[in-house]
Design a protein around this ligand. Structure first.
Ligand SMILES: CC(C)(COP(=O)(O)OP(=O)(O)OC[C@H]1O[C@@H](n2cnc3c(N)ncnc32)[C@H](O)[C@@H]1OP(=O)(O)O)[C@@H](O)C(=O)NCCC(=O)NCCS
Length: 157
């Protein structure tokens, strides 16, 4: 789930892909639901993909229902994804991409312990306008030195 899903066909394709991911071997992509612990309410989704498994590199992504922004769930999700990527997938490097104007996401990536590595200029065409992309990343040794433990991510299958 990178930028959506939006339309019904988008949603169907997203669900089909998430289901197919579960049985792909080797598995390189995990989609997670973000729920409120107390109520079980579904408030968003997040995921991690080993983009270049041979280099042990992966990317994280997340999206929350607007009604639940600013409550710390984005930060909690990003941290859990980073934990999952290093502890479970044995990655060496995890990165994330975000729009420079997305203040919330830039904050989230900082708070997940990631370092801003740079800004790719006009690498993304959105609604007819070229956009820059911020690149954040964290290495396994940086993560392990913080003593983080595996977060609450549990892929049931
Ligand atoms: C980006 C997103 C995940 C942030 O999630 P969130 O749960 O609101 O983030 P948090 O509550 O963990 O906030 C983290 C920090 O960013 C700050 N922040 C969040 N949104 C902000 C905003 N719009 N403007 C300024 N600061 C913001 C919070 O105050 C917090 O800072 P603090 O710890 O110093 O108080 C959420 O806005 C979202 O789902 N957006 C749409 C999808 C998206 O952009 N995904 C990311 C693609 S790269």
């Amino acid at each position: 789930m990178h930028w959506g899903p939006n339309t019904e066909p988008d949603t169907q394709a997203f669900v089909r892909r998430a289901i197919a991911d579960q049985s792909s071997k080797p598995r390189t992509r995990y989609e997670f639901a973000i729920t409120v612990k107390a109520s079980g309410e579904l408030i968003g989704g997040c995921g991690i993909e080993a983009t270049r498994p041979e280099r042990k590199e992966g990317v994280i992504f997340y999206s929350l229902n607007k009604a639940h922004w600013g409550k710390g769930y984005g930060t909690e999700s990003a941290r859990a994804l980073v934990d999952f990527g290093f502890a479970r997938l044995a990655l060496h490097r995890i990165f994330a991409l975000c729009d420079p104007s997305n203040i919330g996401s830039n904050h989230v990536l900082n708070k997940a312990g990631m370092t801003l590595e740079g800004r790719q200029r006009e690498d993304f065409l959105m609604r007819g306008k070229w956009r820059d992309t911020m690149v954040y990343a964290i290495l396994e040794r940086e993560w392990s030195s913080t003593g983080q433990l595996l977060g609450g991510l549990s892929p049931s299958n």
